[in-house]
Design a protein around this ligand. Structure first.
Ligand SMILES: NC(=O)c1ccc[n+]([C@@H]2O[C@H](COP(=O)([O-])OP(=O)(O)OC[C@H]3O[C@@H](n4cnc5c(N)ncnc54)[C@H](O)[C@@H]3O)[C@@H](O)[C@H]2O)c1
Length: 344
């Protein structure tokens, strides 16, 4: 029998799911009690592997019909997210949803509206917002140490080639989507966390490496987006999934009283020497491995918010909607050869 308050059903039992299950089970209020996969799974094997009592389902409908499940966690292929999330909302289940929410803006809106209409809460896996790096960076900003930010860039460099498990589906337009949707969304989302003003318009260009590794991709695997904010500030986000280098989550924020560059900063407010950086001690976002991702802190915040009947901080459906509006506008701009696109 369940011992915690929220029973969670996993939809899509792949790589991300394994990290999610550990993070959910480590939370104070929730445990995984059901898993759906298109592959046949055995309840006893799943229970032995992950602990607790887990029931295997072979259809999403049967899992959603289970009244004992309060939350579903969707870690399936991106092209399946919309139908599954809308069905979950209609079944009155709260939703954890892996990024991208979906691979088109109408689908993202459909998910958002289904959750609103059915009174369920959402958590989008932009877990970087809960990372040590972004939490410390945000704290420096919120303390006013770099003043008002007028320029910021957050960039994502991570080569997703044949050596990477996701490559088999990521190369296709249907599930990979674009450089921003499949991976760069984390950097764009982090930029929008650091620069909370409204985005007026975006201009984006995209290209592709000549390396054989990335040839099978059906879309451009490098994109750079310039963001014009309504308050006059400017931002930039590079989304590069066809590089041959270590994973790098580049952050450079420039304000009226100083700057943050990755794990370094200068603040005129502290009267330190501006010819040298000061250090920020934090764990860097330096890997695409799901076992390194701060899902636990994120899911704990989600379950804490569910306890209060509130939207979660930082990565609610509403927060993510703002990010996806910018992403889809950027992809539209890149498709039109870099013509500026207004963000609705
Ligand atoms: N937030 C992050 O940083 C992060 C990290 C990794 C993945 N993700 C996201 O999580 C989602 C799933 O990605 P993933 O890396 O877990 O993908 P995955 O390929 O491991 O699994 C994806 C889906 O495929 C199914 N699957 C896997 N192998 C299968 C097989 N042999 N036969 C049939 N079905 C199979 C799984 O059950 C799952 O539904 C995607 O939306 C991805 O973008 C996000």
């Amino acid at each position: 029998m369940s011992t915690k308050k929220y029973n969670v059903g996993i939809i899509g039992y792949g790589w991300a799911a394994t990290a999610h299950i550990d993070a959910i089970n480590a939370s104070s209020q929730a445990q995984v009690t059901a898993i759906y996969s298109s592959r046949p799974l055995d309840s006893a094997t799943l229970s032995a592997k992950h602990g607790g009592k887990i029931k295997a389902y072979d259809t999403v409908e049967a899992l959603l019909a289970d009244p004992e499940i309060h939350v579903v966690d969707i870690t399936s292929y991106p092209s399946q997210h919309c139908a599954q999330a809308v069905a979950a909302a209609k079944a009155k289940k709260h939703i954890i949803l892996e990024k991208p929410m979906a691979n088109s803006m109408p689908e993202v809106i459909q998910i958002f509206e289904a959750a609103e209409k059915n009174g369920v809460k959402g958590c989008v896996c932009f877990e970087c917002r809960f990372s040590s790096q972004m939490e410390a960076t945000k704290a420096v900003i919120d303390q006013g140490l770099i003043g008002d930010i007028h320029y910021g860039e957050v960039d994502y460099y991570h080569g997703i080639g044949p050596w990477y498990g996701q490559y088999r589906w990521n190369i296709g337009k249907k599930d990979g989507g674009s450089a921003l949707l499949t991976a760069g969304c984390h950097a764009l989302d982090a930029l929008l966390m650091c620069m909370p003003g409204e985005v007026d318009s975006v201009t984006s260009f995209s290209t592709k490496s000549k390396s054989e590794y990335f040839k099978p991709y059906e879309y451009d695997t490098s994109a750079v987006t310039i963001l014009k904010f309504k308050n006059g500030a400017v931002g930039k986000c590079a989304a590069i999934v066809d590089c041959l280098q270590p994973y790098y989550f580049h952050t450079h924020l420039v304000g009226s009283h100083g700057s943050v560059l990755d794990n370094k900063f200068h603040s005129a407010k502290l009267n330190t020497n501006k010819a040298q950086w000061s250090g920020l001690s934090m764990k860097m976002l330096d890997s695409g491995d799901v076992s390194d991702h701060p899902y636990q802190a994120q899911f704990q915040a989600f379950f804490d918010a569910l306890d209060k009947g509130q939207d979660m901080p930082l990565t609610s459906f509403r927060d993510a909607l703002r990010t996806f509006k910018v992403i889809f506008a950027a992809d539209q701009s890149a498709a039109n050869g870099g013509q500026p696109v207004k963000v609705a």
